[in-house]
Design a protein around this ligand. Structure first.
Ligand code: FPP
Ligand code: ZN
Length: 339
């Protein structure tokens, strides 16, 4: 007998089984408004992404009209750094690729791409590419496959992929492939479901998934579906870690790109996500009983969208590569590769 899996105990006879749409919308809108709370002040370093999580989730729930879009557009403009061409998480902070992607995703979603200075944005992204094809996230020089994903996702959204050296960028991503079929943040780093999503998303956007041969694809899909824990039904991000609702996104989106989403037990995972809702305040947390936040709320709802648990009239279809409503990607005619 092997060692028992690390997991959480969920009492499925007592937890929430219905999707609390109105409560989630109220939670997300309230989060955006609560400027005086500790949570708001403590998260200024990632606020641009916070607004993207909030707006995307509202859009998936057909409720984007409930927020003040002008206010958000104004905020994004205040985070634009005209010296570099990138965006910062909040005014007077340094620009970074992570928040630049969130800003671009928001401007696309709010139908305001006219506000993007494409040329400056392209030169901002181009100067972050290194000789080995990798990307640094900002002037401080950290390299991570997340930043390769952010670079190509931004460029794809403004139809400017040819700005960077795709061959070198792809070689760097492939140099992060591990013996187990997974990817890490730099060459030799441990496989991690979040980084796998970034690397598969990258290969999908540049249409180079053919770099992965059949046995690697199968090994990777197997590694990903092993993230589902027997008892709780939730997904973890690496072996021996506890299940976490956000991995419903990183793992499922990766499996969707590989054409193997059916390898996950859909009923069990749906139940785990629903059990992670807060039935008093609305919102989802990382696992049942914890405090909800917009990050886990988006990735829980986006996970349910990939699982097709609900009709499109309830949760819109999400694009598995860009984590944006599919209707927007279709309207822009953005093409990506799915296996
Ligand atoms: C886990 O992070 C997740 C990742 C490493 C992937 C992050 C991906 C991006 C930032 C790209 C943009 C994403 C979208 C959806 C457009 P963690 O720090 O929570 O990992 P841990 O669970 O190991 O702490
Ligand atoms: Zn999480």
């Amino acid at each position: 007998m092997g060692t028992p899996q690390r997991d959480v105990k969920v009492n499925y006879s007592e937890v929430q089984k219905d999707l609390l749409i109105e409560k989630h919308c109220a939670f997300l809108i309230g989060y955006g408004r609560s400027h005086n709370t500790y949570e708001y002040g403590a998260t200024d370093y990632l606020r641009m992404s916070g607004i993207y999580w909030l707006c995307t989730c509202l859009d998936l729930l057909h409720s984007l009209k409930l927020i003040d879009q002008e206010h958000i557009i104004d905020y994004i403009q205040k985070c634009y750094d005209k010296n570099s061409g990138g965006y910062s998480p909040c005014p007077n902070h340094d620009p970074h690729l992570l928040y630049t992607l969130s800003a671009v995703q928001l401007l696309v979603q709010l139908n305001r791409t006219d506000l993007i200075d494409k040329q400056s944005l392209c030169s901002y992204i181009k100067q972050l590419q290194q000789d080995d094809g990798s990307f640094i996230g900002d002037q401080w020089g950290e390299i991570d496959t997340r930043f390769s994903f952010c670079a190509v996702a931004c460029l794809k959204l403004i139809d400017s992929l040819d700005t960077i050296d795709i061959d070198r960028a792809t070689n760097f991503i492939m140099s992060c492939l591990n013996f187990d079929g997974g990817f890490g943040c730099i060459p030799g780093a441990e496989s991690h479901a979040g980084q796998i999503y970034c690397c598969l998303g990258f290969l999908s956007l540049v249409q180079r998934l053919d770099n992965l041969d059949l046995s690697t694809r199968n090994m990777l899909a197997w590694w990903l579906c092993e993230r589902q824990l027997d008892k709780s039904g939730g997904l973890n991000g690496r072996p021996e870690k506890l299940p976490d609702v956000c991995y419903s996104w990183w793992v499922l989106a990766s499996l969707k790109i590989l054409g193997k989403i059916q390898w996950i037990n859909r009923e069990k995972l749906s139940k785990f996500i629903l059990a992670s809702q807060d039935d008093e305040t609305g919102g989802c947390s990382d696992r049942p009983g914890n405090i909800p936040d917009p990050f886990h709320t988006l990735f829980g709802i986006a996970g349910l969208s990939l699982l097709n648990t609900y009709d499109e009239n309830i949760i819109r279809k999400v694009n598995p590569v860009l984590c944006m409503p599919e209707y927007i990607i279709q309207k822009l005619e953005i093409k990506m590769q799915l296996l």
